[in-house]
Ligand binder design. Structure first.
Ligand SMILES: [Zn+2]
Length: 70
């Protein structure tokens, strides 16, 4: 269990606390959620972009797979 400083007053609160014990400022504000949203977005782009390119590559060459001349 980690302690995180309150963004408003600097009091150390449990990372699981919803509000600051001292000033009742919400410890889980928008900034953290936004950060995680951007992290998720970045990961989705990193993982999704190659997959999308691969999918597009497959769609571009539909004739290649049925006619196997190997
Ligand atoms: Zn506080």
């Amino acid at each position: 269990m980690a302690l995180v400083p309150c963004k408003e007053c600097g009091t150390l609160n449990s990372e699981h606390a919803d509000i600051c014990l001292s000033c009742e400022f919400p410890t889980k504000g928008r900034s953290k959620k936004t950060l995680w949203r951007w992290v998720a977005f970045g990961l989705a782009m990193m993982l999704g972009a190659p997959l999308a390119m691969y999918a597009l590559d497959l769609l571009k060459t539909p004739q290649a797979s049925p006619s196997k001349k190997a």
